[in-house]
Design a binder for this molecule. Sequence first.
Ligand code: PBG
Length: 322
Amino acid sequence: MRRPRRNRKSNTIRNLVREHEVQVADLIFPLFVTEGKASTTPIKSMPGISRLSPDLILKEIESCMKLDLTAFALFPHLPESKKDKFASESFNPKGLYIKTIKAIKKEFPECCLMTDVAMDPYSIDGHDGLVENGEILNDATLPILSRMALEQAAAGADIIGPSDMMDGRVGFLRDALDEQGFENTSIMAYTAKYASAFYGPFRDALDSAPKLGDKKTYQMDPANQSEALIEAELDLVEGADFLMVKPALAYLDVIKLLYDNFEVPIAAYNVSGEYAMVKAATQNGWIDGEKTMQEILLSIKRAGAKIILSYFAKEFAIGKKK
Ligand code: PBG
């Protein structure tokens, strides 16, 4: 009789036949930087995650590096007074974000720093693009994106992450970077980023919720799968080095679809709401947080994501050292 259970009979055999494994080296840890000194502001809806002032961001990176967690995605939190219609603060070389990128790469040249290219953290409208008469403009947004991307690249960013779902922005940024001599700066395309309710806690973290309307004219409809193939083809032709799916858990089919159809490494963003759900249930004693985290990260890897952006990254790395 065929008995699949024979391959599960001992720990050693289970280890021998195991098909997938998450490594610390697969993970990118998102960090939130805010103004100030020695200041930590916990984000209520993301237990364990805080906005940190630049000095503490450096400390956090140092402690992650000791755990062999060496890839980070940095997002800025700005006071309303620094926001405007044109996201001007995003390309201010003396602004919080660009200065922090420089400081990180100066102190830890060996870390891999991914930066965010989108208007929402700096926009008074809370949208990822320029807003005119209630419309989110596409092409008029692109030059603003390239200005911020160039400042970030000049500050030392290793990977640029255009997170806004504007059309044509990967090609536009690739050309701008190449023209200015940043041909070695990578682009991780937010290829299939869905108009999702799972971003709620992140918008708390950045105070970046849209003031009016929603993001449905640029982010993808959660009902659509084939459309991700169109986005992926375009991003590849335009020069993306990685294709990302976001969120991860409710979109494992999309991760698998891109994995099966494209040769470039696939990334997935295990977003704030996915993290918050696990933390809330853990705090209530309803699930085992550690095991749930392991299983979730594994499911994302198994679906085909080589790279996972996750707020669990440090916790996972600590677990590996134990
Ligand atoms: C926006 C952006 C969002 C996230 C990353 N970049 C949210 C949004 O579209 O409003 C969400 C990440 C998360 O939820 O963890 N440029």
